[in-house]
Design a binder for this molecule. Structure first.
Ligand code: ZN
Length: 371
């Protein structure tokens, strides 16, 4: 069942080297240039090896200057970049760059995501089996779109349902919604649902913040006003101490249905929460709480390696985009790719259930508890 990956994610390798090179720069301007180049490669739809012409030449790639192009050629020819290694050696930030390298493990490039989605040798969910996305942000917190724009974009992607999950009031930094704003948002969502007349259902969710002790920034009464409650950590994400108790406390809140971006890691920046995940997953399985694979390219949290571990506890999963624009709804595909690499059966993925089963689980999570 566990398939070793025998294929190098060349764009992820190149993107990583370009980020190393960015941090080795003493000029801010050059640093930003190489960071932009790394982002351009990581978000390409096609692996660089497929872009090579018969003469071995690469086409022009938007956002890639001559310095980055030299690095790319080195990597395609030799698998490594002596240019970057030398720049890192000479740099005063060598130790920091080594640390950042460790924090890029198990991240997929966009090209690799697309490859995994179309590779029929994987057993996990397909794009066609994905019925709706359960984490995204609107103008009511730190997202850009209106709830109407979100619904239209989700319908265009073929979804049967979706949940708008703005931040709750405890996370002021992300424009968290007051309960009065949440009541007004509910009216806007009701009118979207009236417009679609049963062809599509928009749920009102909330991304509650898990505080340092594991408590949520919502009372029980407040939580019951939402169709779905996600709980996610946004603080203490750079600590080395064990936070198993914090995560277990969050799972005890009876309204929580999804543990969202469980670690809070960010590619090349921070590892996020450190915990005994076996204990956390076992508790989630007993309570019927879904463990999320967050598809934001910088998060990819959980990734496929921990996804396989969750599977052993017979948890349910949520695969979400964490989109803040309608364009970012495609991030759900990153989550789907990790689920395929972890061979998660569609029966265990809440986003692959018909609306009736999803709603039944939301009203009684024990209906999907592990045996
Ligand atoms: Zn979040």
């Amino acid at each position: 069942m566990q398939r070793a990956r025998t294929y190098a994610d060349v764009n992820a390798v190149v993107g990583g080297y370009l980020r190393d090179l960015a941090f080795a720069q003493s000029s801010q301007q050059k640093m930003f240039g190489y960071k932009r180049a790394a982002d351009a490669i990581l978000s390409l739809d096609t692996p660089l090896t497929d872009l090579l012409g018969p003469d071995g030449a690469l086409p022009r790639i938007p956002g890639i200057g001559p310095g980055s192009m030299r690095v790319i050629r080195e990597i395609l020819e030799t698998g490594a970049s002596p240019t970057v290694e030398q720049a890192v050696e000479r740099s005063e930030r060598r130790t920091d760059i080594q640390r950042r390298r460790e924090l890029r493990r198990h991240f997929l490039s966009r090209a690799e995501v697309r490859r995994v989605l179309t590779d029929s040798s994987f057993d996990g969910p397909t794009v066609e089996q994905y019925c709706g996305d359960l984490q995204m942000h609107s103008e009511w917190s730190d997202g850009a779109p209106t709830v109407e724009e979100i619904a239209d974009a989700c319908v265009e992607r073929g979804y049967q349902y979706a949940a708008v999950t703005d931040h709750s009031y405890g996370l002021r930094i992300a424009g968290g919604m007051s309960m009065a704003e949440a009541a007004a948002q509910r009216l806007a969502i009701d009118s979207v649902n009236a417009r679609y007349g049963g062809r599509f259902r928009l749920l009102q969710g909330i991304e509650a913040n898990i505080d340092a002790a594991g408590y949520l920034d919502l009372t029980d009464d407040e939580a019951t006003t939402f169709d779905i409650v996600l709980a996610a950590p946004h603080s203490k994400l750079r600590k080395n101490d064990d936070q198993t108790d914090r995560m277990l406390t969050a799972l005890q809140h009876k309204a929580v249905r999804i543990l969202a971006h469980p670690r809070g890691r960010i590619s090349g920046s921070r590892a996020g929460v450190i915990a005994n995940w076996d204990v956390v997953f076992e508790s989630a399985a007993q309570r019927g709480v879904a463990i999320e694979i967050d598809g934001d390219p910088a998060r990819q949290d959980l990734d496929f390696t921990l996804g396989r571990q969750v599977l052993e506890f017979d948890c349910v999963f949520a695969l979400d985009s964490d989109a803040h624009t309608t364009g970012q709804l495609s991030y759900a595909e990153t989550a789907l790719a990790h689920a395929r690499l972890a061979a998660i059966p569609i029966d265990r993925i809440v986003n692959c259930w018909p609306l009736e089963r999803l709603l039944a689980w939301l009203s009684d999570p024990s209906s999907e508890c592990s045996r």
